[in-house]
Design a binder for this molecule. Structure first.
Ligand SMILES: [Zn+2]
Length: 467
């Protein structure tokens, strides 16, 4: 019996049952939050779990057995996840997707036991979350001159944001599927849309445009500007109120420091805190926001770029995506909670030729360079992001994510000794057929693992200037 993700332990006990639903639920103590037992015999299907989440996972396992195989063999399944954090991220800043489309993505992810939806809601190219206290952020910050990042015709502006009731609808949808929603407000870089509304919060005070191209931009929030930081805290106030979860993502990636280096206010706060390195100033900024969130009972996650500086609060979790694996593993070895989102192969906005399905399946979190046995315990899970600079429609979004997200799901859930690519691949064909019938635009099989030559050409094509 092969499923996705493969359960921890399956023991076939002979025969089949005509039953298709759980007939008895037993609450047992001593099980983990997501752990369950599914005992299938001819006359009954019993589930044992300790929480509603455990019962839910047993339900979706049974549903998958029925939909994949039709017949239900008698067996005993004991299941629990390898990692507590199994995430997928959708960038709704570069392009926005409808509530209906997000539900479609979330639903498919929930079926393979993902439990974190990381929602990227602000970036250089748009601020997409309605805030009552700062309505100008969406009025002005959600609009850019054009849709396409390649062929910008400024007569066709692009805009859109999520109203609070839409966000609550997504949260309710996720809650039914035991998925936590982790909103991200990226700072102090990737904030051109915010700074377009408040140019006085940059170091120089010059006008900032909502960006219409991909890139890393020097317009960042002045780290020495008290009003800027108060405004960010106001945003966080509303985010914390809106999202009833214990975690907020505050970004911290790709922060070019050129403007900080020529700013008096930044120099002043550096001196006050005895800092000489601008990476440390970034840590100071992030720590201030983390402390603010901590006082509201919230934890935070940042991208691993924040480890370039010294003094990042140890309780801040790090999401590792690129460069400096030793820095990340060094911190993990000291106990810092770490989420792995390796650019290669988990960034699924890159073509299959660069990040093939098989590579996503074979990725082994414990092989992060420099990780010791303590560090392995700090790895709380994995996450696959989709960035949407070049993705502006549902079909493309679905094509890029699926089936690669099924690989990542197994990476997060399935015990190391139960992973087997050939077995996974066989059942994946069945699973993809089912999802295609449900209308999900899954990439065709021939695209999943392109041969070396076309991988090379896809890679070159990706990096050539786009017209
Ligand atoms: Zn400054």
């Amino acid at each position: 019996m092969r499923l996705i993700p493969q359960p921890y332990c399956i023991e076939l006990t002979g025969g089949t049952t005509q039953l298709r639903e759980i007939t008895k639920r037993e609450t047992v103590s001593g099980f983990g939050e997501e752990e369950y037992e599914l005992l299938i015999s001819p006359g009954e299907i019993v589930v044992r779990a300790n929480t509603d989440k455990g019962f839910y996972y047993a339900d979706i396992t049974l549903k998958q057995i029925v939909s994949l195989y039709g017949t239900v063999p008698c067996m005993k399944i004991h299941d629990k996840p390898r990692y507590q954090y199994r995430g997928f991220m959708i960038d709704c800043a570069r392009h926005i997707f409808s509530v209906e489309e997000l539900k479609k993505m979330i639903s498919a992810a929930a079926d393979v036991k993902f439990n974190k939806f990381h929602w990227h809601l602000s970036d250089d190219q748009g601020f997409r979350i309605e805030l009552d206290s700062l309505p100008e952020l969406t009025e002005k910050g959600s609009v850019r001159d054009c849709d396409s990042f390649i062929n910008c015709k400024s007569d066709k502006p692009y805009s859109g944001y999520f109203r609070k009731e839409e966000i609550r609808e997504i949260i309710a949808f996720c809650r039914e599927r035991f998925i936590d929603v982790i909103p991200e407000i990226d700072m102090p870089g990737h904030q051109s849309a915010f700074l377009h509304v408040y140019p006085e919060f940059t170091c120089k005070g010059d006008a900032v445009k909502v960006k219409t191209s991909q890139g890393i931009f020097k317009d960042i929030i002045c780290a020495g500007n008290k009003e800027a930081k108060e405004c960010i805290k106001k945003i966080l106030d509303e985010i914390c109120e809106l999202f009833p979860y214990d975690t907020v993502h505050i970004g911290g990636d790709e922060v070019p420091k050129a403007n900080w280096k020529s700013c008096e206010k930044c120099a002043e706060i550096m001196a006050e805190n005895g800092l000489s390195d601008y990476n440390d100033l970034q840590c100071l900024f992030i720590n201030e926001m983390a402390l603010y969130l901590k006082n509201k009972g919230k934890k935070c996650i940042v991208w691993n770029d924040c480890l370039k500086g010294k003094g990042l609060f140890p309780e801040i979790a790090v999401q590792h995506w690129q460069k400096g694996p030793e820095r990340t593993s060094g911190e993990a070895n000291k106990g810092r909670k770490t989420i792995l989102s390796p650019f290669n192969p988990f960034y699924v906005d890159y073509p299959y030729g660069m990040h093939p399905l098989k590579a996503a399946y074979k990725y082994e979190p414990e092989k992060l360079k420099g990780l010791n046995s303590d560090g392995k315990k700090s790895i709380i899970g994995v996450e696959s992001p989709i960035w949407t600079e070049h993705i502006n429609n549902n079909e493309r979004l679905e094509y890029m994510c699926f089936p690669r997200w099924f690989s990542v799901a197994e990476c997060g859930w399935t015990a190391k000794h139960n992973k087997n690519y050939a077995e996974f691949y066989e059942v994946l064909l069945r699973l993809c057929k089912l999802y295609r019938e449900k209308g999900l635009n899954i990439a065709p099989e021939e695209d999943w693992n392109p041969p070396v030559l076309s991988r090379l050409s896809e890679t070159i094509k990706f990096f050539l200037p786009k017209k």
